[in-house]
Design a protein around this ligand. Structure first.
Ligand SMILES: Nc1ncnc2c1ncn2[C@@H]1O[C@H](COP(=O)(O)OP(=O)(O)OP(=O)(O)O)[C@@H](O)[C@H]1O
Length: 309
């Protein structure tokens, strides 16, 4: 299987399951994709320019990269010429003041901005070396490889079991659903708490459990990347701590990109940190320790130390 086969003209559709018009689903809960012809990006292939800038041995492979990425909402520019190389199987935090384009960047990665009429994307955003904005890329397939978890826990009014299998069901994916559900719930650190109540409504869980259920739902289709947009901001400190532990565990298997307003959280859980500042400029991207202890840019230091933002 080659990178070119990420495309699937037969299943090309932007359909996404919706919940009362809210952006309230794991993004890989998508209808319209034909799993029998699902074109995959084989991460074992030579991905050319998707290696890191230095290509040094021991350097983590780049999974997501952008070059000169601009995003506009009508005439308003939300991102300006963003260049970034996001490494595999690490946690990358996106931080910055309100309105600096954090969510916009996250949504570019799996083309969720396609769902916003006013949004226009220019430049290049690569997943496994393939520009996801090429005409031949199927966004439905892309979103199965790049799942998403939103700010507010948003389970469906369905059983815990059905919440996890929903995305698989609508795509007609075959497989042992019992096994998939158990694996996804285990990986989301929820199995032990819910294994005896899989038929109960997902809405009866606590907020933190609901968010872990949403993470299980995002994991079920077996993505490569999990995008998280402030996944703990609606949770209490105990539930937040569990989600943070979970995110660190997930990075052993998945590439995690998380938007957070909480700088302590970024410092605690991420390996890399990207600092966006007003105007949608990516000002600095480096190891999290470096960003928080010795940033290159005064503006980043001012932001980190709370002088503005
Ligand atoms: N759907 C939209 N239509 C028009 N403008 C938008 C839309 N979404 C975002 N914007 C604008 O794009 C810019 C970046 O917004 P974005 O939500 O990406 O920032 P953010 O850093 O995630 O903000 P916050 O931290 O407040 O969530 C802002 O000026 C915002 O008003």
């Amino acid at each position: 299987m080659t990178r070119d086969q990420m495309t699937d003209p037969d299943s090309r559709t932007d359909n996404q399951a919706t919940d009362g018009g809210q952006e309230s689903l794991a993004s890989n809960d998508l209808e319209g994709s034909d799993p029998t012809t699902e074109p995959l990006v084989d991460s074992s292939i030579d991905v050319g320019d998707s290696t890191g800038p230095s290509g040094d041995e021991g350097e983590s492979r780049t999974v997501i990269g952008s070059r000169d990425l601009d995003v506009f909402y009508d005439d308003v520019q939300a991102l300006q010429s963003v260049d970034i190389e996001i490494p595999a199987e690490q946690v990358t935090a996106i931080i910055g003041p309100s309105g600096c384009g954090k969510s916009t960047f996250l949504r570019c990665i799996n083309r969720m901005n396609d769902l916003v009429d006013a949004a226009r994307v220019e430049g290049e955003l690569r997943f496994e070396g393939k520009n996801v904005y090429d005409d031949d890329v199927d966004p439905v397939v892309l979103r199965r490889k790049i799942g998403m978890v939103f700010q507010s826990p948003n389970p469906f009014p369905k059983s815990i079991y059905d919440n996890v299998t929903y995305g698989l069901d609508v795509q007609g994916v075959d497989g042992d659903y019992d096994e998939i559900v158990e694996n996804a719930l285990r990986r989301a650190a929820l199995w032990d708490e819910v294994k005896d109540q899989l038929d109960s409504s997902g809405l009866d869980l606590s907020g933190g459990q609901q968010q872990r259920l949403c993470i299980a739902r995002a994991i079920a289709p077996d993505p490569d990347v999990i995008l998280m947009d402030e996944p703990a901001s609606a949770l209490d400190p105990v539930a937040t701590s569990k989600i943070e532990d979970l995110i660190e565990d997930l990075a052993e298997e998945y590439t995690v990109v998380i938007v957070t307003h909480n700088m302590q959280q970024a410092a605690r859980i991420s390996d890399k940190t990207a600092v966006f500042l007003t105007g949608g400029e990516l000002v600095e991207f480096d190891d999290t320790e470096k960003i928080f202890e010795n940033p290159e840019h005064d503006r980043v230091e001012d932001y980190i130390t709370g002088k503005f933002g």
